[in-house]
Design a protein around this ligand. Structure first.
Ligand SMILES: [Fe+2]
Ligand SMILES: [Fe+2]
Length: 337
């Protein structure tokens, strides 16, 4: 029995309010919480305002608020969703302890947190910045390993604008949902947690070498010169060297970084190899798909289902993986062409 069930809280309240836990309360600024707070008044069975943003709580109120929160009597409004999402995105592990967030709200929080962390890391690709990103990636891993089907809500939140961080988030989300589809039955029996951590990180980090390519080349709309092209094509090798510097010597991460531009028919780069490891092939499909669905400097975006159909007909990609992608989008996510 949770503390909240001690009280007769009406059904439907959860549609309008989030009940908050002591962990969440503790993450707010003690005197000046970042959003309005409400309490449940049992005798009249109604939610009433407790604190308004801009005010200041007294020491007595802080104590009272903690007791009431532990009793399951304290709420914030879902109207403040954007403030709440932003707040939690800075302390991502809170999503694991907050039982009141809905799956789609958690998906919003992961999208915001990981996009920001990746942007920070690409801006400054050094170990100290990477460590914060890693912590958040492992929160995602914890969340999804419990139930890989949760990744489907993430696929509904893919970025539509292209940037290196947006593309990396999209590739991570899509690649994980796709993996969940491929191994639909008994995911955790077949996939060890460590392997999951490393493929997950590899998907998000596959283009880390691009952080070393000047932005004007990455976003150039005119055709690239030979020199610019070779700088871009070197990103898999540069990425591999960066992994070494970051101490990330894990097979699946390396496979994502070095193999995502290799193709099943040998037309890829840098090695033109025909045989890829599973993580490399998965990342290749996720990466190409995510490149197609956003507007890039050189091409217009393609719809999600048409993009998956194009890949399924392309002999350059692993057929089992592209088929699974089509099934995921059309059957499970019920997306229309
Ligand atoms: Fe790439
Ligand atoms: Fe990519």
């Amino acid at each position: 029995m949770t503390s909240a069930q001690k009280h007769d809280i009406p059904d439907g309240l959860n549609e309008e309010y989030y009940q908050i836990s002591a962990d969440i309360l503790g993450s707010f600024n003690k005197y000046r919480p970042p959003l309005n707070i409400f309490s449940f008044k049992e005798d009249v069975s109604r939610i009433i305002p407790y604190y308004k943003v801009g005010g200041r709580l007294t020491n007595e109120q802080i104590e009272e608020l903690l007791t009431m929160t532990k009793d399951g009597m304290i709420f914030v409004s879902r109207e403040d969703h954007s403030v709440y999402v932003k707040h939690i995105s800075y302390q991502l592990d809170l999503v694991l302890v907050d039982g009141n967030l809905k799956e789609k709200e958690i998906a919003d929080i992961f999208t915001q947190a990981l996009t920001r962390r990746l942007a920070e890391f690409f801006e400054q690709p050094v170990k100290a910045v990477f460590e914060k990103l890693w912590v958040d990636l492992m929160v995602l891993s914890e969340y999804l390993y419990t139930d890989i089907r949760r990744s489907r809500a993430l696929v509904r939140r893919l970025h539509t604008e292209h940037s290196l961080e947006n593309h990396s988030v999209n590739t991570g989300f899509l690649g994980l949902a796709l993996w969940g589809k491929i191994k639909e039955k008994g995911f955790t029996d077949g996939v060890k947690r460590k392997t999951f951590d490393h493929v997950l990180a590899g998907l998000f980090l596959h283009d880390l070498g691009m952080a070393k390519v000047p932005v004007f080349i990455r976003s150039k709309e005119k055709p690239l010169t030979g020199d610019e092209r070779s700088k871009i094509n070197a990103h898999t090798k540069v990425g591999y060297e960066m992994l070494n510097k970051l101490g990330l010597r894990f097979a699946e991460i390396e496979q994502c970084v070095t193999q995502h531009h290799e193709r099943a028919n040998g037309s890829g780069y840098p090695l033109k190899s025909i045989k890829q490891d599973f993580a490399g092939s998965l990342c290749a499909v996720a990466d190409s798909f995510c490149a197609m669905i956003t507007k890039r400097p050189y091409a217009e975006p393609v719809g999600l289902v048409p993009a998956s159909m194009a890949l399924a007909q392309d002999a350059k990609y692993d057929r089992e993986i592209t088929k699974a992608l089509q099934m995921l989008l059309m059957m499970d996510l019920k997306m229309k062409p």
